[in-house]
Design a protein around this ligand. Structure first.
Ligand SMILES: [Zn+2]
Length: 337
């Protein structure tokens, strides 16, 4: 190869060998500047591309690092948050466990009260029998403000698990206890209502404020004939116009006058029991009226076959007069409204 310089151009000759044809390229002078310029531009372009790629990669790496850092911080925050939540849950669990224990103690007290109600209903049913009620509770729930102390031992997951299990078992047994207690309470309530009803229709009340009996139930000398006769009730000594009360709830089946009983009231208490109040000065109820136990029904007098102001009080069982004495247990002021 050889260069032959002309005026405005130069020739590039390529001589391959002795027996082969020479190849000539005619090139303008300007190509001497253009070709290196093109090469230079290509080189600059290459380096600029490398530079930008490098810068971009660096920026990407920084961005990724920032993203990772952010995610790491988030994770740490989340873990811290979860830890505090866990601590809160543990605290709640301990609280719940303590509450369950306190509740259990309360339940024991309620059971005792239920027992007392049961005894009360039995007592109501058989008034006069002196049954003892249950002893008051000696087991007191521990107050929340009890003094506490001790060293701070961290809670392990095993401790928490044990507490969860024991609390769960405690709550299950409590639910069972509550269900049984509710059933029992309902039965007790029904028994108590029945006992209260029986008590309301049983003539256990004194018909007058005075308890002074001038003539008892049984055989006596008749004050009019002076001969022995059966006295079918009590004669209660009272002043004229003293109050007379219904000794049990019931319905007035008689409120009238006759020469023997004077003004007299008969109250039917169902179950075969009736009470009669004789010689009244005034009757304050009418036939067919319902009366409550302890209601004022008349005033003491001396009407009919009577020698002076008194109340003849009589209790009849299935139409037969019986001794009122075993029934008379309470005063009007002692009865609950
Ligand atoms: Zn009498």
């Amino acid at each position: 190869m050889r260069f032959i310089w002309g005026k405005k151009e130069f020739t590039l000759m390529i001589i391959p060998g002795a027996n082969r044809r020479t190849v000539r390229f005619k090139l303008p002078h300007s190509s001497l500047y253009i070709v290196p310029s093109v090469i230079l531009l290509v080189l600059i372009g290459f380096f600029v591309t490398i530079y930008f790629m490098n810068t971009h990669s660096h920026r990407t790496r920084n961005n990724m690092q920032q993203v990772f850092d952010g995610q790491e911080r988030q994770l740490v925050d989340q873990i811290t948050h979860k830890n505090s939540e866990l601590e809160q849950l543990q605290a709640n669990l301990i609280d719940l466990s303590q509450q369950a224990n306190e509740f259990k103690l309360k339940l024991e007290e309620i059971k005792k009260i239920d027992h007392v109600i049961e005894l009360m209903s039995e007592t109501e049913g058989a008034k006069g029998t002196s049954k003892k009620t249950a002893a008051p509770s000696t087991q007191q729930p521990k107050g929340k403000n009890s003094d506490i102390g001790g060293s701070d031992v961290p809670v392990t997951s095993q401790d928490v698990s044990l507490l969860v299990n024991s609390t769960k078992e405690g709550l299950f047994s409590l639910v069972g206890d509550i269900n049984a207690l509710l059933l029992h309470l309902n039965e007790s309530e029904a028994k108590l209502k029945e006992a209260q009803y029986v008590s309301s229709i049983t003539p256990t009340l004194w018909p007058t404020v005075t308890h002074s009996i001038t003539s008892g139930f049984g055989v006596r000398i008749d004050p009019f004939t002076s001969k022995p006769s059966m006295h079918t009730g009590f004669d209660l000594d009272g002043e004229m116009n003293d109050d007379v009360y219904a000794t049990a709830a019931g319905k007035v089946v008689e409120a009238s006058f006759d020469n023997e009983h004077g003004n007299h009231i008969i109250i039917d208490h169902t179950r075969g029991l009736q009470t009669e109040y004789m010689h009244l000065n005034k009757m304050l109820v009418k036939r067919g009226e319902s009366v409550k136990k302890g209601q004022k029904i008349g005033l003491i007098g001396t009407t009919g076959r009577s020698t002076g102001s008194h109340l003849h009080y009589e209790v009849q069982k299935n139409g037969v007069p019986i001794d009122p004495n075993p029934y008379l247990k309470t005063d009007r002021k002692d009865e609950k409204p």
